[in-house]
Design a protein around this ligand. Sequence first.
Ligand SMILES: CC(C)(COP(=O)(O)OP(=O)(O)OC[C@H]1O[C@@H](n2cnc3c(N)ncnc32)[C@H](O)[C@@H]1OP(=O)(O)O)[C@@H](O)C(=O)NCCC(=O)NCCS
Length: 97
Amino acid sequence: MGRDWVQHCSVERREGYGTEAIQIITDYLFLTKDDSTRMQAVVDKENLASKRALENCGSEEEGVLRKALWNAAGKWVDGCLCSTLREEWNEPKILAN
Ligand SMILES: CC(C)(COP(=O)(O)OP(=O)(O)OC[C@H]1O[C@@H](n2cnc3c(N)ncnc32)[C@H](O)[C@@H]1OP(=O)(O)O)[C@@H](O)C(=O)NCCC(=O)NCCS
């Protein structure tokens, strides 16, 4: 899967949609790609909502990638590398088998 930028309207935030979207992507990856061992994401180190949504889906922080992301304000910022291993995912939480 490629690089993407997720954003939705501010009135719909904190309703669980971000967590749900990440869970669906994780389920889809592990259900459809048998050879995938991990799902990884790099998010702005200061973006608490993104980090929390990943954490809700079982993702763990692995480390900091310095000045790895170009943000919406036009600045290089540190990225937080997060991952979920296939064995941590275990089974689909939203998508059906
Ligand atoms: C990041 C984003 C997609 C998350 O979507 P969301 O629908 O708000 O996510 P959720 O509702 O699943 O919330 C996930 C967690 O983050 C927390 N959270 C949400 N907004 C927050 C904020 N501004 N500050 C701190 N925590 C926040 C929620 O309370 C929730 O924590 P909890 O599970 O402990 O209750 C959304 O906030 C957004 O569009 N942000 C602006 C663009 C952006 O930053 N995109 C990501 C680029 S990497």
